[in-house]
Write a protein of this length. Sequence first.
Length: 266
Amino acid sequence: MFRKAAVPTVSNGSYLQGQANGKLSSMDSRQPAREGKVVLKKKVTLLRGISIIIGTIIGAGIFISPKGILKNTGSVGMSLTVWTVCGILSLFGALCYAELGTCIKKSGGHYTYILEAFGPLPAFVRVWVELLIIRPAATAVISLAFGRYILEPFFMQCEIPELAIKLITAVGITLVMVLNSTSVSWSARIQMFLTFCKLVAILIIIVPGVIQLIKGETQHFKNAFAGNDASIMGLPLAFYSGMYAYSGWFYLNFVTEEVENPEKYV
């Protein structure tokens, strides 16, 4: 007399265990199969999402780019034209990513969208270019600007040592890495605080400028396009500086799965 071995049956990724009488459980069982799916916690609210976007756009670029744009365009009028065109292009990109974020509810940003549209090979190449070239270069620029701005009040009478800037930069990168690895909530809180600080800094620059315009200080806008002619090599650099200053509108799509109600917020 032989005993029949119980054969497990797979249904929706879960195994149905045999009952004591040797029969398998019914496929029409009303008990829902438990799925072992690992998901990210949705802790990015509307305010935190806005802070991520604003805090990323208003970064080191807005304090670095104006000099490069004015230098490469050669006139105030052309520099304002470049700023306007770059702003319109960034707006179109942000609207496209808002649509993508509501259609493809996966974190990953560029990588996820290229993977869905063109397959694994272009997505793989894109993510490695991001990791090896784009992101390290952008992080280096932002971090070095952070180190210089932090040390500026302490070296007002002399030049800031390059070693000190690099040390502060390394400390800043390490702290941000540890913070993002530890807690999404704390990262969002710090992002909100830094966003507030950046907005205050921008207002300190903008408000006095508007006051000067109201007082009639408009001599720089007379013959705004007069000056050095923009070179063919200078305009692409000016546009690159402008796009760098506006960059950041796509960062919320990297954490789409952590956003509450992405259809409403993204």
